[in-house]
Structure formats: C-alpha cells, structure tokens
Ligand binder design. Structure first.
Ligand SMILES: [Zn+2]
Length: 392
C-alpha cells in the first residue's frame, strides 16, 4: 500500500521522493511555512545578496533561464525590481507551438532585456530524445539536461556571478528543505530533482550514437571551477512566498497568452508546449501513477482554493482525458508501424487515453480558482522549429 497524505493528493510515489510526518506529507508541512515565515525579512535578505552582484559585474548581474512560461514573467519582473541587469537565456526544446513563441518573444520585448535562444544541434537532440524515450520512457530528459546546465555554462564563461531561478520545485512540491535553508543551485540537486539521476552519460552509454564533443552543454559544469569563479545560483521561491496561480495570472497584464488545456485547468503552466500535456503526461502517468493535473490540484489545496475531496473529483476527470500523441512521433520521424509498435508495447494499458481528436468537457472549478483564470487560447501550429532556418 502506498503511503498517502491526509491533506493533499500526493503519495510516496512522487518522483522527487516524499517523506511523511503524522500522515501529512512534508510538502504540505513545508508549505505551511508560507504563513509563518517573516517574508519581509527574507526579501530584505534577497536585496542584500543581490546588491553585491551589482558591484561585482561589468556586464550582466545575473543569468535568468527561461522557457517563456508565465512564471518566467514573474521571475524577470522581480529581477528587474531588484535593480539587476539580467541576461535572459532560453534553450530551444523544439516543442514550442505558436503560443510559446509569442510568449517568449513578448517576454523579451515587454521587459526590454538582452537575451539569446540556444538552438542545439537538431540531429543530436533528436537522437537523444529517441534514446531517452526508449531507455527511460521520458521525452524531456535531453531538454531538462540542457535547460539546467546550459545557462550555468553561460554564466561561467561570461563571468556573470549568479543564475537566478524561479521556484525550487522539490521544496514547493515535496518540501525537501525548508525555505529558510536557502538552498542554492547545485549539481546534486539538479541530478536528483531536475534530471531524475539520468545524466547525459546514461543516454550515451548503450544508447545514443552521438559524439562526446556535441554534448558538452548537456553536462553540468565542473563544480570546483564554478566555486573558484564564484558562480552561484539562487531560487526566488526561498525569498518570496510562491503562489504560482496568482503570480501567473498577473502575467496577463504583460501580454502573456495562456493556453486552454484539456488535461488540466491550469492555463499558464507550460502553456505553449506541444508535448507537455500529451505524450509527456501519459509517460508521467505510467512512471509515477499520476498526471500533471495532480501537481496543480495539490498546489491549489495547499493555497486553500479547493478542498481535497473536490480536487480528487477533478483529478479523476483530468486523469482520464484522452490526448493525441501522434504529432510527436511525426516530429521524431517515426514510421506509422513504429508508432503502432510503441502503443502496443509501451502504452498497452493506456489505449483509452489516446485519441486523434480529444474532447473537452467542462468541469466545475471553485470560484477562488476560476477568479484567477481567463479563457485560454488554442494553438494554431505545433512543433515550430524556429531557430533552425526554415520552418515548414
Ligand atoms: Zn500533502
């Protein structure tokens, strides 16, 4: 029997690992800190830490890694409020639809910040995605490896002293540490929580036929070299009481476009991804027993915008929503028979969740949640390959 939390919908199968105290998960217990910590003092500490950066740096004070998500709007806004000059760095995952590209370009334009988008070698990337799918039944690992290492390389190479991230997911979801521990970015934390212990070498060994020199940026920089240069990374969620739905709602005022989803009510989180709520969500269900909607519902239970019983009803609905995964296999260049093989052998228990034309049913949300939502848009085009010349 899995151990379940009395307060939220998580159990001990959470991919970050979950501990319990008196039948309540540590994620719920750590969340309660948000009502008790002195957040003004924590913000003052953030101001103090980041103030030092301004004296240190000749060009940029910090690197801010983004994907163009609503949460990135919040993070960039906070960084600018701190008086910092950021360099915005985005790794192209090649899964962005038109909404995602709008949101990324609008973020850069609205806040008028210097930026660049890194477009990894497409053949190498696809080879890694294929291997990741075959060996780990995960399609985002190559992107996650790059997203959590490339910006650190940029900071190191350009002598930019700090990387500023938004939330520390393992604290927000499973309460791995207290906010007041002020956990910093580290190779260990990346290994455990961002890439689930699958580093690039695991994809290379017995797998992807890729030359080592093509994957340097998929690997985290040498820790001693980072220490010597003084490159560090912090998470804003340790200094600001993190409330994603509320924060992301505010991104609308900056021109962020939310996306209507059928597998969750959250129109902000990962808006613009062509796979996040489709194949990635089904593989997540297979690996850990739940889909992304549960993370969203747990978050809303903790912020007291929905009761656990109501959240469970919604989870049952969203968990059974069929999606169309075929476009991903087209993108990867898999033949129809390869696609059929994958369904037969890897998703045999999930055929009821596959549909070419997913249907959307309306669900009853609480007022506290729906007050923070608007009508999301639907993408016109998926898998747009910006950054690689021709998009056909
Ligand atoms: Zn809990």
């Amino acid at each position: 029997m899995p151990q379940e939390c009395n307060s939220c919908l998580y159990d001990d199968k959470h991919p970050f690992g979950m501990a319990f105290k008196d039948r309540t998960c540590l994620g719920c217990l750590t969340h309660k800190e948000k009502q008790t910590l002195d957040w003004q003092a924590r913000k003052d500490k953030l101001i103090q830490i980041t103030h030092k950066l301004k004296r240190h740096s000749k060009t940029y004070d910090c690197v801010v890694p983004v994907v163009g998500d609503a949460e990135d709007y919040f993070t960039v806004n906070e960084v600018l409020d701190l008086g910092l000059r950021p360099l915005i760095v985005c790794v192209n995952d090649y899964f962005k639809n038109d909404i995602a590209w709008h949101n990324l370009h609008n973020l850069i334009t609205h806040f008028d910040v210097d930026s660049f988008v890194f477009n990894p070698d497409m053949n190498v990337y696809k080879e890694l995605v294929k291997t990741s799918l075959r060996k780990y039944e995960h399609v985002l690992l190559p992107f996650l490896q790059l997203h959590t290492s490339f910006p650190v390389h940029v900071a190191y190479e350009r002598k930019i002293p700090m990387i500023i991230w938004g939330q520390h997911q393992a604290i927000e979801q499973v309460g791995k540490f207290s906010h007041s521990d002020e956990v910093e970015m580290s190779k260990w934390s990346r290994q455990q929580h961002d890439i689930f212990t699958v580093d690039i070498d695991k994809l290379m060994g017995n797998g992807a036929q890729v030359q080592q020199r093509y994957v340097n940026y998929y690997r985290y920089p040498n820790t001693q070299a980072l220490q010597k240069r003084g490159t560090t990374g912090l998470y804003l969620s340790n200094y600001i009481p993190w409330d994603p739905l509320k924060q992301n709602y505010n991104a609308l005022t900056y021109g962020f476009i939310p996306q209507r989803q059928i597998a969750t009510f959250d129109i902000y989180d990962r808006a613009g991804s062509s796979i996040y709520y489709d194949l990635h969500d089904l593989l997540k269900l297979k690996r850990v027993g739940y889909r992304k909607c549960v993370d969203h519902l747990v978050r809303e239970i903790r912020h007291q915008r929905i009761k656990p019983t109501h959240a469970q009803t919604l989870a049952d609905h969203y968990m059974n929503t069929p999606v169309n995964i075929k476009p991903f296999f087209n993108w990867l260049g898999v033949t129809s028979s390869g696609y059929e093989w994958f369904i037969e052998h890897k998703l045999s228990g999930m055929k009821h969740l596959l549909s070419k034309e997913p249907l959307s049913e309306s669900v009853k949300l609480t007022k506290k949640i729906s007050d923070l939502l608007v009508n999301g848009e639907s993408p016109q085009r998926s898998f747009i390959l910006f950054g690689k010349g021709i998009d056909i």
